[in-house]
Design a protein around this ligand. Structure first.
Ligand code: PLP
Length: 450
């Protein structure tokens, strides 16, 4: 009885904590919004005849730069007050001070030095350890190293087994007693819980090995892809309500290898400041001029668009042949949601193309999991390149690009992945097919409902 009471108390406590935190995010956003509105009011002066329509502009709605009303996500996070910032800096200074004191003690042999060092006989080589990096990892990171780099001994499902380890020398080395601890998994994507070794996805994937094997062991252009991959591409078209889709065996390569097929040195890419490394690599490999706009800042994006059209390419003084705006649906590090309606309005106004990376939003956003396009109620046809990965919500691997048939046909012919890499492994394609079917409710259950 007391156990039951205790667990109810914990549930209550967790619920309250969740509510508080969610409120904090919402409140911080509204507060920031009020502050900016106040500033705007002060600069534009009083507007006596303008009445705010509170009924249509509910708390989740916001006027964009063109005066269009759209839903706004609470993207802005808590303001840090000055005291917190100062205490964090102070703690860092103390930590680094002690780090340098210990380095000094080690140098003079007053403290035992267990770290890797440059070999004396290799002293004329370029140093392997950069100064600050090694001071940081020897003295600061090592103290908390036990929290990171934990070996995992199970499937990354809702919970994972951590392999236990014990250190007798302050995390320099570890002993493994051979036991494991089951903990809640907040370390991998698996947003919807499809990455399991049991259940309909795993069963269907295992069955597809019997039918199609593990790999075609050649490139797509040599031998084509599996039936599972073909069926998956058709299902993606239905899921995203687009004409055609192409899939690839790696999400990272989907961006880095295909962006260069869409633009060339006569084009301009306008990329969000916080875009993923795969997109940045794609921009570099394309040879196009690249300009970066401030994260999710529509004024900054519009300024770059306007200037680029007005002045053209500064090297050749000719207009760019194509302008491609690249954004993400949900940004992987910040968790912010892109302002898609405003970006679509800008791309239409300036005749640019839009590339949307939905790695983190597909499956997880929108009333039926169709991603950020559905979340904002936008038309999928307004996004020229819809990209996403299968590592997050679908518990699998690989990526897709979806859009107009012409665009996808172009990628089928020109993407280097078609010439030089293997198609998706059939069980991987089948896992995605089954999880996407569940999200779409094709398995005749409610399991896929958000
Ligand atoms: C925005 C974004 N795009 C692409 C990728 C690459 O996807 P994958 O890990 O499936 O290769 C990631 C990976 O986290 C990502 O966050």
């Amino acid at each position: 009885m007391s156990k039951l009471k205790n667990s109810m108390c914990i549930d209550d406590f967790m619920n309250r904590q969740l509510q508080e935190r969610t409120d904090i995010l919402e409140c911080a956003w509204h507060k920031r919004q009020e502050d900016t509105d106040d500033v705007e009011d002060q600069t534009t002066g009083p507007r006596p005849n303008e009445e705010l329509d509170h009924e249509t502009l509910d708390l989740g709605e916001k006027k964009d730069i063109y005066g269009n009303v759209s839903k706004r996500a609470p993207n802005e996070f808590e303001h840090l007050n000055r005291f917190s910032i100062l205490t964090v800096y102070f703690s860092w200074i103390v930590l680094l001070l002690f780090a340098y004191i210990r380095e000094f003690l080690r140098k003079w042999g007053l403290e035992n030095d267990k770290a890797n060092k440059e070999l004396e006989k290799q002293k004329h080589f370029v140093p392997l350890f950069s100064d600050f990096e090694s001071v940081y990892s020897r003295n600061c990171y090592i103290r908390v190293r036990d929290v990171f780099e934990r070996p995992i001994g199970s499937v990354p499902g809702a919970t994972v087994n951590l392999i236990d380890r014990v250190s007798d020398d302050y995390n320099w080395t570890y002993r493994y007693p051979g036991t494991q601890t089951n903990v809640i998994n907040v370390g991998s994507y698996n947003y919807l819980g499809f990455a399991q070794c049991k259940g309909p996805c795993a069963d269907a994937a295992a069955k597809s090995i019997d039918l199609e094997g593990l790999s075609t062991c050649t490139t797509v252009h040599e031998r084509g892809s599996s039936v599972s991959q073909y069926k998956l591409e058709k299902l993606i078209c239905e899921f995203l309500k687009v004409e055609d889709a192409i899939t690839f065996s790696m999400g990272f390569a989907t961006n880095s290898m295909n962006a260069p097929c869409l633009v060339d040195k006569h084009s301009l890419i306008i990329s969000d400041q916080h875009n993923h490394a795969s997109l940045i690599l794609g921009c570099r490999l394309s040879g196009a001029s690249t300009k970066v706009f401030k994260h999710n800042d529509m004024k900054s994006l519009e300024k770059i668009l306007r200037d680029s059209i007005a002045y053209g390419n500064p090297r050749t003084h000719r207009p760019y042949k194509k302008i491609l705006i690249i954004v993400e649906g949900i940004y992987s590090m910040e968790g912010s949601i892109c302002n898609l309606p405003a970006i679509i309005a800008l791309k239409k106004k300036y005749g640019a193309y839009l590339y949307l990376d939905e790695a983190h939003s597909i499956g997880a956003m929108g009333p039926t999991g169709r991603g950020v396009v559905e979340y904002w109620g936008c038309d999928p046809k307004d996004v020229d390149i819809m990209m996403g990965t299968f590592t997050k919500s679908f518990g699998s691997a690989g990526g897709y690009i979806a859009g107009a048939k012409k665009t996808i046909d172009h990628l089928r012919v020109h993407s280097p992945t078609g010439y030089y890499s293997c198609p998706m492994s059939p069980p991987i394609a089948q896992q995605i097919y089954t999880s996407m079917s569940i999200i779409m409710g094709r398995d005749n259950t409610n399991d896929g409902q958000l």
